[in-house]
Design a protein around this ligand. Structure first.
Ligand code: URA
Length: 192
């Protein structure tokens, strides 16, 4: 079965079975989107208002900035796969709670297993802390981490970045994110 089909089955299963309490208040699950055969997966935090309305991740202002960042390294949304640690919008866009992250965790882990990307990019501290709760985004951003987790057969490559929504209106953080983004190309094609 191809990866796209496997993802569809996974999403069908978890939309029926996810225990996340946010299902009660969200309009719908916002599923991962993009190229299931991509070498790179971006992981955000949780859907916002626009994502909840449209059912697509990163379509609001943070998403527009993300598309610009991708453009700066000659990638398109169709080239990558993008998902969130929590698939349902937290009311009022509050931070997702630990239990909500836990309830959506197996869904995310299985997405990653199916896609098996060369690089996983965390957009913001919430995504990073699912895998590296001990790290601070202010110190870890832009630094490649290679680590083996028991859920996965091989070592994985991770790149933590600031969240585009946090960087949108903060000049310093914005510059840092633009600079850190360039590291994605280096990791994907080390000789370029
Ligand atoms: N912020 C996120 O973390 N994810 C989205 O899908 C949209 C905004």
């Amino acid at each position: 079965m191809d990866k796209q089909k496997k993802l569809e089955e996974l999403n069908n299963y978890w939309q029926e079975n996810c225990q996340c309490e946010l299902r009660k208040t969200a309009t719908r699950a916002v599923l991962g989107q993009g190229n299931a055969s991509s070498e790179i997966v971006f992981i955000g935090e949780a859907p916002g208002k626009k994502e909840d309305e449209e059912g697509v991740p990163f379509v609001g202002s943070a998403g527009k900035f993300l598309s610009e960042l991708l453009d700066s390294i000659k990638l398109k949304r169709e080239d990558i796969y993008i998902t969130n640690i929590v698939k349902y919008r937290p009311p009022g866009n509050r931070d997702p709670e630990p239990k909500e992250k836990e309830d959506c965790n197996e869904w995310l882990i299985n997405e990653l297993k199916i896609i098996s990307p060369k690089l996983i990019v965390f957009l913001g501290r919430h995504a990073m802390s699912r895998f590296f709760p001990e790290l601070k985004i202010s110190e870890a951003h832009g630094k490649l981490i290679i680590k083996k987790f028991p859920e996965f057969e091989e070592k994985l490559h991770f790149l933590p970045l600031y969240h585009p929504a946090a960087a949108l209106y903060n000049g310093g953080m914005r510059e840092t994110l633009i600079k850190d983004f360039k590291k994605i190309s280096k990791v994907l094609s080390p000789t370029s």
